[in-house]
Design a protein around this ligand. Structure first.
Ligand code: ADP
Ligand code: MG
Length: 705
């Protein structure tokens, strides 16, 4: 068996010098090397007669070197090596720059295989810097650089594709890998064995063969991910929660007393959540819905039912402003209800709109006199104790609350039901894979009274009239958000070098600069007469809260900010969302920005400033002007940018290859099916020790808390 854990320095032809370079590509073991997959293949499957060579083609030719010379061009210290290569049909010239050693490697009389691009020069056609391999006789299977589908790899300084091919090819001829995936599954889906998949993914005979190999490799990870999710679900189902019995009259009365009618999707979500609450084991549900789709009221209905049955709920918001906003909305919706609502943040404590000391509030929480506690992280501190916490709602937190819930399991081992909410639409295939351990409720339908937000792309020559339009809205008493572009780090290498924290800081600083410049431009040149405020990630949380609250209270006409302004903040009076360099953002993100306006009856607008003339960019922005469904846009965005870019591979914990295959619905279905069948047949995977081992590795690797 091939030892995959073999350290890379131990390989022949690596050594002290190349190991650190390979490390830079994330290659530390033989496994990493074999799983360093080609990004594409150059097609040299056909060796053509030299007489057929024509300009513009990429070709493989083979023949004898009949003449080779190197000239030195003095003023530029340039070496040019010219070779004439001849086969039965004719001869062609090959030219290389600054590689005089080739003359020694390919002496006259040697046979060579060349692959490269054909160009036209003063003296006819020639092969420009072709890749070359010496051949003794015509044996295409032994060629790795110039014949067949030649793999091209992600490279780094000092590690070329040629070097990687040179390392990988010899290993493949004697590859014997333990296959963790059961043979029956491979047979059923026509997948190659692991050894075959790895061999053909590097040196396939056809694109199709490469595709099958890739699918097989992605399948392994997708199936493991599903197994992991199913196991987590099973673990959760063995825990105990307070079952909340469905209280039909209460729910019906509350819904009919609402000042609006729930949308169909809201009703379905309520139903799904109430059903989960009735179970003796914890709910683990994610509710997705565009900004403004009305998630809060859905969560509130569930919280109300929990309170009516004598238990408590916590509603966690990411910021004080949002917590306060929820507190106000929820208090007013519960106006006629005996349920008490508390607000607890770092800076305030209130019950039903009246200030109270924090200590007082905590006492009343402990006595179960407060049914719904809304707050920020302050709520999950150790000193806040509940008499009977049964339900945890988490709004807009990217990690979906698993760790927050862990903080709250202190109630005699009873685990609160968990509902997380997000306005980030996640395409279905992605959600099923990455959040396979969560149940999902989707609110797609918008409340009836919503206006369509008019979305316009603003080119350079429309800028003036756009500013004019903005001014008119302000004159009408409306407010405007201006979002500044993400600054691209000018030297991407410095980002790699100053990894992690430092590079994040650099980006943060760059963003701050962008906001400051935009603020200066707007407040000094364009709208000197208007009240403008700015918001960025470098401000202290307190200051951010203050500015956000001031904007909500209409102290400022325009708020200039980075892309980090809080999701979900409701400023009904804001009617324009203007986004600078809109082309630098993803569709889903632009859609989220847009969701911050149009909260009221007023017609609202989204202005996408873009001076890019790139065709795909303008197509992307155009999609936004035509579509206002976050899920549809998310699907498009993922299709355009690829799942990895869309989601951020690190965040998902899913290996690149599996990530890339997330648009392959069929493959995901297969992985889900097989994971379920496997666990049904053998719940602890005793029969599949290899799979169990890989699962353990996988769990370590994807443990993202
Ligand atoms: P989000 O899903 O972004 O959290 P909210 O829950 O904040 O949205 O709802 C936005 C606004 O829409 C709130 O003022 C809420 O009261 C209102 N709303 C919720 N559901 C409906 C509905 N079915 N019809 C009309 N307005 C609604
Ligand atoms: Mg919300």
């Amino acid at each position: 068996m091939t030892d995959l854990s073999l350290s890379i320095e131990k390989l022949k032809n690596v050594g002290q010098r190349n190991a650190p370079r390979l490390n830079r590509l994330g290659i530390k073991t033989l496994k990493d090397l074999l799983w360093h997959l080609p990004s594409k293949y150059e097609d040299y499957s056909e060796t053509i007669p030299i007489s057929d060579v024509s300009p513009g083609q990429k070709v493989n030719v083979q023949g004898e070197v009949v003449k080779i010379t190197t000239k030195k061009i003095f003023p530029r210290r340039l070496f040019i090596t010219d070779a004439i290569v001849k086969d039965m049909s004719g001869a062609v010239k090959a030219v290389w720059f600054n590689q005089p050693f080739i003359e020694n490697q390919l002496p006259e009389g040697a046979f060579v295989s060349l692959a490269g691009k054909v160009k036209t020069g003063k003296n006819g056609v020639y092969l420009a810097s072709p890749t070359y391999e010496k051949i003794s006789s015509f044996q295409p299977t032994t060629l790795k650089h110039t014949h067949g589908l030649v793999p091209v790899y992600p490279e780094t300084e000092g590690v070329t594709s040629k070097y990687l091919r040179f390392l990988i090819k010899p290993i493949l001829s004697d590859l014997q890998l333990n296959d963790p995936t059961p043979e029956s599954i491979l047979k059923k889906h026509g997948f190659p064995t692991l050894s075959d998949a790895i061999t053909t993914v590097h040196f396939p005979l056809s694109e199709n063969e490469a595709k099958t190999a890739r699918e097989r490799l992605a399948f392994d990870d997708l199936m493991l991910f599903q197994i992991k999710a199913l196991l987590e679900r099973r673990k959760l189902n063995q825990l105990k929660s307070v079952p909340i019995t469905f209280n039909e009259p209460l729910v019906k009365d509350f819904i009919s007393a609402l000042p609006f009618e729930l949308t169909g999707d809201q009703k379905i979500a309520v139903w799904e959540i109430l059903k989960d609450l009735g179970k003796k084991y914890p709910m683990n549900r994610l509710m997705e819905g565009d900004v403004g789709s009305g998630k809060t009221v859905v969560a509130l209905i569930a919280g109300l039912e929990v309170a009516a049955s004598g238990h408590q709920s916590v509603f966690l918001a990411p910021t004080e402003v949002l917590a306060y906003q929820h507190f106000k909305t929820i208090s007013s919706l519960l106006n006629n209800s005996p349920v008490k609502v508390g607000l607890l943040t770092g800076s305030t404590a209130q019950i039903n709109g009246e200030a109270i000391s924090k200590k007082g509030l905590k006492e009343r929480i402990l006595n179960n006199e407060v049914g719904i506690v809304i707050g920020t992280h302050a709520v999950i501190q150790k000193d806040v104790e509940f008499k009977s916490l049964a339900f945890l709602i988490i709004d807009e937190q990217h990690r979906f609350g698993v760790s927050q819930r862990a903080h709250l399991i202190k109630n005699r081992g009873l685990v609160p039901h968990l509902l997380s909410m997000t306005a980030t639409p996640i395409p279905r295939t992605l959600a099923l894979t990455i959040y396979g351990d969560l149940d999902i409720s989707i609110i797609r339908e918008k409340p009836k009274n919503r206006q369509k937000i008019v979305t316009k792309i603003i080119g350079q020559n429309q800028r003036k009239s756009a500013y004019q339009f903005m001014r008119e809205e302000v004159k009408k008493g409306k407010q405007i958000f201006v979002v500044c572009p993400r600054i691209e780090v000018s030297d991407p290498k410095s980002e790699i070098r100053t990894s992690g924290r430092q590079s994040k800081m650099n980006i943060l600083w760059a963003d701050v600069k962008a906001v400051e410049e935009e603020y200066k431009k707007l407040s000094q040149e364009i709208f000197p007469d208007l009240k403008i405020a700015m918001l960025h990630g470098k401000l202290k949380p307190k200051e951010k809260n203050r500015i956000m609250q001031e904007f909500k209270d209409s102290w400022h006409d325009i708020l200039v900010s980075t892309s980090v302004i809080e999701v979900g903040v409701d400023v009904p009076n804001a009617t324009i969302m203007a986004i600078e360099s809109a082309d630098r953002f993803g569709l889903a993100q632009l859609h989220q920005f847009r969701g911050r306006v149009g909260r009221d009856q007023h017609q609202s607008y989204c202005l996408l400033f873009s001076s890019s003339s790139d065709k795909t960019t303008s197509q992307r922005l155009k999609a936004l002007t035509e579509c206002d469904d976050g899920f549809e846009l998310a699907e498009k965005d993922m299709a355009i940018r690829g799942p990895g870019e869309f989601m951020g591979t690190k965040q998902s914990g899913l290996p690149d290859l599996a990530m890339a295959s997330l648009t392959n619905v069929e493959l995901i279905k297969k992985a889900r099916l097989e994971a379920r069948l496997l666990l049904k047949e053998d719940p602890s995977l005793n029969k599949y020790p290899l799979l169990r081992e890989r699962l353990a590795e996988f769990q370590k690797m994807t443990h993202f808390e």
